[in-house]
Ligand binder design. Sequence first.
Ligand code: TYD
Length: 220
Amino acid sequence: MYHNGMKEPKVSTGGGARSLARFIVFEGLDGAGTTTQSVLLDDRLKREGRRSWLTSEPTTGPIGILCRRVLSGEIPADPDTIAHLFATDRSAHLNGADGIRQHLDDGYIVLCDRYKYSSLVYQGAETDVDFVRALNARFAVPALVVFLDLSPEAADARLAARPTREIYERIEFQHAVRANYLREMEIAGRETRVIMLDGTEEQHALAEKVWEAVADASIL
Ligand code: TYD
């Protein structure tokens, strides 16, 4: 991990003892490109003949759909309830039938577009982060966290092209989210591998760096 500037990818290797092998998580601000990069990695893994499962949070299951309705502003909810909702969605995603653990047990490389770090930084910006940490404490640690970093202004410029905005897609909030990410990636780096990459890089060049990070993490 590193803190100054975004030119060189930095890695923290962490302890890794409790981490789930072959489980890779993408994190970043809204507009950072986690979806694009997780799709590109999934494509490449499949081209190389690997069994890869691409998934995301909030999920497409019933609780994830409820999360989306809260995110759109359609269903109002207080911050603690939102933290519970995301944690419930994650529990089903991780432990439920056809979930993350099941796919790992079946030998897949699992790629997840957002995971518990999103709760720590987004819900942690609205309510007591230690409460959010407690809600997420039992969720397993991935083998690799890819954090795509960029300024809230750069992210906001990308979101401007979208027709609607979700409740967290406001620049002041994204500033708080980025500060929280820098803190949480540092903490995560004590127990697993975290790589921080420049989210403003051209997508294929960035995908190459993600690929190298996956190879370096001995996941391939
Ligand atoms: P994302 O899938 O990146 O949005 P979109 O598909 O609209 O580009 O993320 C959805 C939003 O959900 C994003 O603002 C972050 C938020 N979120 C949380 O607040 N907590 C969580 O635990 C998760 C997984 C996501």
